[in-house]
Design a protein. Structure first.
Length: 149
């Protein structure tokens, strides 16, 4: 008993649905309500200081939410000025830095908040005499939800 032309066409038409189901099953679980305690954030040494990684995961409305706390040694930059699609907030906790914002280096200190817009050149450097500590919140929107809005 052979396969009919109708069965082949029906099978081909069903393949995209199978692909979507397989892709959804492979995705990370969505992060729900979470509390991050400072005492539980384990620092990892870097060339320029240290980082405490909080999360890098999807949420109900974001393809990815990435949060970390960086400690940047005096005179250091975490990386050269760069740009990326994601938007991010940097909240200064301690120390004194300069941020490249809209083409200008701007001095920032404790309590300052930096917004790095999508695809805009930005950078950060510690201009103080003590380590700078700052929180980074970086997100990529859920493109499927954004398209419906």
């Amino acid at each position: 008993m052979g396969v009919t032309r109708r069965e082949v066409i029906a099978g081909l038409l069903a393949m995209p649905a199978l692909q979507i189901t397989a892709t959804a099953a492979e995705q990370e679980p969505v992060m729900g309500p979470t509390v991050f305690h400072w005492s539980e954030m384990k620092p990892a040494k870097t060339k320029v200081g240290e980082v405490r990684q909080l999360c890098k995961t999807p949420t109900a409305t974001l393809d990815q939410l990435e949060m970390h706390v960086t400690t940047l040694n005096p005179g250091e930059m975490p990386h050269p000025p760069h740009r990326h699609v994601n938007e991010e907030l940097i909240i200064m906790r301690e120390g004194e830095c300069e941020t490249l914002s809209d083409g200008k280096w701007v001095k920032v200190g404790p309590g300052s908040v930096i917004f790095n817009a999508s695809n805009r050149l930005h950078g950060l450097r510690n201009i103080g005499t003590i380590p700078a500590v700052y929180h980074v919140i970086n997100w990529s929107p859920n493109k499927a939800i954004s398209a419906k809005a």
